[in-house]
Design a binder for this molecule. Sequence first.
Ligand code: 5GP
Ligand code: ZN
Length: 114
Amino acid sequence: MSDCIFCHIVTRTIPATLVYEDDLVIAFDDINPQAPTHTLVIPRKHVTSIAELEDLDVGLLGRLMLAGNKISKLKGIADSGYRFVINTGANGGQTVSHLHLHVLGGRHMAWPPG
Ligand code: 5GP
Ligand code: ZN
């Protein structure tokens, strides 16, 4: 997707602080962090949101989550705890239309979310 900012991060045409990458996903720090650790994990392929996923993508979703676990270790928040968030659509608070998993940690997370 030529107009997708996260696709540009995948192709390195816009910069980001990369945290992790493998054959299916890449992860980079959020430009506007909401916690001491705030990293985004995205599929390399353009998927607009979790609503677009199909049965064949179940492995991709699992890999996003497992990458999130790896990031929790890399960032030193595996033991203190962390939160995964996937915002979907307008009411879900999604602002970038390329599926992304937020990995948040380094402070206590409130519940319910805003
Ligand atoms: P959403 O609101 O869609 O769930 O999350 C989008 C996230 O992407 C936001 O937390 C926002 O700060 C982050 N973001 C938006 N543009 C950029 C960018 O160009 N670089 C990085 N690293 N993060 C971005
Ligand atoms: Zn994209």
